[in-house]
Ligand binder design. Structure first.
Ligand code: CA
Ligand code: CA
Ligand code: CA
Length: 229
């Protein structure tokens, strides 16, 4: 029995020492004001109008701005956003780049609504440079499936898309046409978008190791008490 416990303990320590980072973050863009540039809203700073969100170490190039549903007094002609009532889009600059200097692994995903075909590209370098880790091609679908909703909005059909990749990603290029593509529930670290809001980080391998270690220690004490009873 003691040998068995020792083995599981060593296993837990091995998992603990791997220490891989696999946190999942979801960007819902809620909290930004209509037309506010996202900028450092998710980077420990603020958007262009002073709004601040959780610090995920993620920033956006200057043209990225918040679209808030016109049904709630905003600036965006949309409906059925996966997290109401704010999404991200842009009106100048051709595309938007998201930078995550600390890097992320495993996968990348989001919901989108687009009147044109678009492509999202994940890179291992900053500012859409370095190796391409994943390419996600998107079809136009913004008013598809006969969608209606909340109560108005032409960009009413939202589809989830994403990709798994190996390596460490540091930037993402969102293409599409200005004013024709919107993104929401951008999920860092997962090939499928996380729906829970607010986002909760999933336990990392090292955290799983700690959980396993705790269970093993509790079982160990239990067995010892039984044997000495
Ligand atoms: Ca809405
Ligand atoms: Ca609407
Ligand atoms: Ca949202």
């Amino acid at each position: 029995m003691v040998h068995g416990i020792r083995f599981v303990l060593l296993l837990a320590l091995a998992v603990f020492s791997m220490g891989a980072s696999a946190q999942v973050y979801q960007l819902t863009f809620e909290g930004l004001q209509p037309g506010e540039l996202v900028q450092n809203f998710y980077n420990g700073g603020t958007g262009s109008l002073g709004s601040s969100g959780p610090n995920y170490g993620v920033s956006f190039s200057d043209s990225a701005l918040a679209g808030v549903d016109t049904d709630v007094g905003g600036n965006a002609n949309m409906a059925n956003e996966p997290s109401p009532d704010t999404a991200v889009f842009w009106t100048t600059g051709g595309s938007v780049v998201m930078n995550a200097p600390a890097g992320f692994s495993t996968g990348f995903s989001f919901y989108y609504s687009s009147a044109t075909a678009a492509t999202v590209t994940v890179y291992d370098g900053p500012d859409a440079t370095g190796n391409v880790l994943a390419t996600i091609n998107l079809a136009a679908q913004h008013d598809g499936n006969g969608c209606t909703g909340d109560p108005t909005g032409t960009f009413c059909n939202w589809t989830q898309a994403g990709a798994s990749f190996s390596g460490i990603a540091r930037s993402v290029d969102f293409s599409g046409t200005e004013n024709q593509t919107a993104y929401d529930n951008i999920t860092i670290g997962s090939a499928t978008p996380v729906l829970a809001a607010p986002p909760r980080p999933v336990p990392t391998l090292s955290e799983w190791g700690m959980i396993l270690l705790s269970v093993v220690l509790m079982l160990g004490f239990y067995w010892q008490r039984r044997r000495s009873a």
